[in-house]
Design a protein around this ligand. Structure first.
Ligand code: SAH
Length: 394
């Protein structure tokens, strides 16, 4: 029997605009007894087929895979992953000797809600954010090997911890294809990046800051740099290569600090310009001297849900105010928010308020965002999450 979802009257409207999520409240009936993660066909109340997608328990009940009637088979995955690779190839990210890190699939942005694939040298890291993608992991890994034509040898699978299949995953082990590759050093524009996909955050690296790191590199010469919330120290590496005078990296996670030190040692052995501190950001900023003239603030998402928005905005304001109060005159502040629920305007207002409260005169030099290998589906504006500002502080 066909597994199908029938919408309430009028609830097809967002689907006619190709929005890829169907909320549970839009559904009238579910037929054919689908299990969580199954592929279902979606029909309007009038009985017209409108989409195919993965069904899941929760407020987003169906994640749409196709708005045209195709089977979700090997050919489908080959087509979608192939197109995603074409996009990255056209961005010049796939065929360089000095660069082997990029995001191949960015969920909704690549027409594959619930799926992330990051490439680190010869290893691909696949992450499922939905039960449907979890069930499809084997065919995805197989197709991935085919389209990457020998450039990928291992596929590591990492699921979201909140999903119900976590226990099964741990029992199953996580390499779907191959295993750890001795001596493979993933590069970001020539920099050897410390990546730990097994125990690290996300898939092991914040690839989404790549272009912003490259920008900082151009502006770091001769500066005293503070990289706050450094994680694996990407901005610190960029600052060192850009000719910074000194670089201080701070993160509350001891493991992150260890990886940062490793990354510096691998790229700049014996460089004494760098120091790393495992400390709380707010405490560090309260106690630090006014010695920095380039500060990076890249905190974790302060708001994961809409109800946390107010507190998050206050958090951004406080954090930025601390930086404004301490940054040297003529300093540059790279400040970011990766909270999807915080809009560009709200973030800018929080930073604006911080500047006003600190009494500093501030110019916006650059407005930053996620890079092109993290594309935004034009019908799914929720996919735009990373925003940043480069500010000149008089
Ligand atoms: N800028 C990094 C990514 C930052 S992710 C990059 O380019 O790779 C956010 C980091 O903030 C995480 O590593 C997390 O450990 C750290 N963090 C979270 N809360 C913190 C706090 N209160 N003080 C310092 N670091 C914190």
């Amino acid at each position: 029997m066909e597994k199908k979802v029938i919408l309430k009257k009028g609830k097809e409207e967002s689907l006619l605009r190709f929005h890829p999520w169907i909320f549970s409240g839009a559904i009238a009936t579910i037929d054919g007894n689908p299990d969580e993660g199954d592929v279902v066909n979606v029909y309007t109340s009038g009985g017209e087929w409108i989409a195919t997608g993965h069904i899941q328990v929760g407020s987003i009940a169906v994640r749409v895979l196709s708005f045209s009637p195709v089977a979700i088979d090997r050919a489908f995955w080959l087509d979608r992953l192939g197109k995603a690779l074409d996009v990255r190839r056209s961005l010049g990210l796939t065929d360089r000797d000095d660069h082997s890190i990029f995001r191949l699939v960015h969920g909704e942005g690549d027409g594959l809600p619930g799926l992330v694939i990051d490439i680190y040298g010869r290893t691909a890291v696949v992450q499922a954010h939905s039960v449907g993608m979890h069930f499809a992991r084997e065919v995805i890994a197989d197709v991935l090997m085919e389209i990457m034509q020998g450039r990928v040898e291992s596929v590591y699978y990492k699921s979201e911890t909140t999903l119900p299949f976590k226990a099964e995953l741990e029992r199953a082990g996580c390499y779907l294809i191959g295993g750890p590759i001795e001596g493979d050093e993933p590069l970001e524009y020539g920099m050897k990046m410390p990546v730990d996909w097994i125990s690290g955050q996300k898939t092991g690296l914040f690839i989404d800051q790549r272009e912003n790191r490259a920008l900082l590199e151009k502006m770091a010469s001769g500066r005293n740099v503070l990289n706050m919330f450094c994680y694996t120290g990407g901005f610190s590496l960029a600052a060192l290569r850009g000719g910074a005078n000194l670089v201080h990296s701070v993160d509350s996670s001891a493991r992150a600090i260890e990886l940062t030190r490793q990354g510096v040692e691998n790229n700049f052995p014996g460089d004494t310009r760098h120091e790393a501190f495992a400390e709380d950001a707010f405490k560090f900023m309260d106690e630090m001297e006014s010695i920095y003239d380039l500060i990076v603030l890249d905190p974790p998402a302060f708001a994961k849900h809409k109800d946390a928005l107010k507190r998050a905005l206050l958090g951004y304001r406080r954090l930025n105010e601390k930086a404004f109060r301490k940054i040297r005159s003529g300093g540059l502040l790279f400040t970011f928010s990766c909270s999807q629920v915080v809009t560009k305007e709200q973030f800018r207002t929080a930073v604006f308020t911080a500047a006003a409260l600190s009494g500093r005169s501030v110019r916006i030099l650059c407005q930053l965002h996620q890079p092109a290998d993290h594309p935004v589906n034009i019908f799914h504006p929720e996919g735009e999450y990373l925003k940043g500002l480069v500010l000149y502080v008089e």
